[in-house]
Design a protein around this ligand. Structure first.
Ligand SMILES: Cc1cc2nc3c(=O)[nH]c(=O)nc-3n(C[C@H](O)[C@H](O)[C@H](O)COP(=O)(O)O)c2cc1C
Length: 142
């Protein structure tokens, strides 16, 4: 059975909600990378990010750059942003450079920002997150 972990960096709590929905499907606790923690051996890592000025936060990139990656075989990316657009490119590049295969589909959801997207991620977004988690798990475990 593959070991799965879910990590996220969420400044405003939107990505955290999605991370918790994904973690629940995986039967683990979502890990906030900005808090002290120990991450055990991981086969499959879900990584969640908010989008800030078009990119992931630098602290998340640093965290991923410093991860002991020897056991990580695959990663799956999810994000929330005002636009709902995929802005995971820097993370994809970083992981692929480390030889980690990134699941080709990324989950890009809308998240509340100022006067925009007041209720997002909403229940329907969280259902999409659960489906995404199931799909990735199924594909990873074959
Ligand atoms: C400082 C800052 C910069 C942001 N820049 C962008 C941006 O460039 N594009 C976008 O679509 N959303 C942007 N947003 C909106 C966030 O991506 C959105 O609120 C997201 O859900 C935040 O995730 P979080 O709640 O997990 O921190 C920005 C939000 C903040 C606070």
């Amino acid at each position: 059975m593959a070991t799965v972990n879910v990590v996220y960096l969420s400044k405003k709590g939107n990505t955290e909600k999605v991370a918790k929905a994904i973690a629940a499907v995986c039967g683990v606790e979502a890990i906030d990378v900005s808090e002290p923690h120990a991450i055990g051996e991981t086969d499959l890592l879900f990584i969640g990010m908010g989008v800030y000025a078009g990119k992931p936060d630098q602290a998340l990139l640093n965290y991923l750059d410093n991860l002991p990656v020897n056991t990580i075989k695959g990663a799956a990316l999810f994000s929330t942003s005002a636009s709902g657009k995929d802005r995971t490119e820097l993370i994809v590049n970083l992981l692929e450079h480390k030889g980690i295969t990134v699941y080709p589909k990324h989950l890009s959801l809308k998240g509340k920002f100022l006067f925009l997207n007041g209720d997002r991620p909403n229940n329907s977004d969280l259902r999409m997150a659960e489906n995404f988690a199931s799909e990735v798990l199924e594909s990873f475990q074959g």
